[in-house]
Design a protein around this ligand. Structure first.
Ligand SMILES: C[S@@+](CC[C@H](N)C(=O)[O-])C[C@H]1O[C@@H](n2cnc3c(N)ncnc32)[C@H](O)[C@@H]1O
Length: 211
């Protein structure tokens, strides 16, 4: 079974994650992930981003593609001032609302495409997006969480970032060797880092993750 097939199998069923299966131990966070919503399972990219989170205390945070709400809720629990979470999937938005209630945490869930649900001039200290990573056309609802054909989402995300990020604000997002078409740091080619600089962002930390 390929990694993608394993992901499809996981996303094909509902599951409950307590303490994110050891990801956020001792926090008591419970996450219900319904079918067709990305799961914060043991080898998920959710886990990778959790380990990369900066100190979020007091920050205004935007999460694009909140999925089950696992990251947004963990961020709120860690003391963020406010968390806005958008997702294009209605099911994901319902899961986020449900998990917010379940954990008695207040996050602002908004349904829609990427930055579209934001109000004019809304800006954040930290913007995160655990992107769908696989360069493949989206064939079904489950793949909305997994596939970004031709890096379309990544490109739009990078271009929209400056408008929604406060001066000195920061973005944290995932990119992978199965993504396209912007490989990281390949000299002489338009890579993600080059594209980020072109969009006015400074790249100050790249973390690597290998399954
Ligand atoms: C890899 S999942 C990450 C879910 C969650 N943030 C996590 O880390 O567990 C990617 C999420 O992006 C959402 N998504 C895909 N395209 C989107 C778009 N154009 N606008 C907003 N969200 C989108 C998917 O529905 C999915 O929930």
């Amino acid at each position: 079974m390929t990694l993608h097939e394993q992901h499809i199998a996981i996303v094909g069923r509902a599951a409950e994650y307590a303490d994110f299966e050891g990801l956020a131990p001792g926090t008591g966070l419970r996450i219900l992930a319904p079918r067709e919503v990305y799961h914060p399972h043991k080898w998920s990219s959710t886990r990778f981003l959790m380990t990369a989170l900066p100190d979020v205390a007091g920050l205004d945070v935007l999460e694009i593609g909140g999925g089950s709400g696992a990251l947004s809720l963990a961020i709120k629990q860690r003391g963020a001032n406010r968390v806005v979470a958008t997702d294009i999937s209605e099911k994901a938005c319902a899961a986020m609302e449900c998990n917010a209630l379940l954990n008695n945490l207040d996050i602002d869930v908004r349904h829609g495409d990427m930055f579209a649900p934001l109000q004019d001039r809304e800006q954040f200290d930290l913007v995160i997006f655990n992107l769908p990573l696989l360069n493949k056309p989206v064939a079904n609802q489950a793949e909305v969480a997994l596939c970004d054909p031709d890096g379309e989402l990544l490109n739009r995300f990078l271009r929209g970032l400056p408008a929604v990020t406060k001066p000195e604000g920061m973005a944290l997002f995932t990119h992978a060797n199965i993504s396209a078409p912007l490989p990281l740091c390949i000299p002489g080619r338009i890579g993600t880092v080059t594209e980020m600089r072109r969009c006015g962002c400074e790249v100050f930390r790249v973390l690597w993750w290998r399954l």
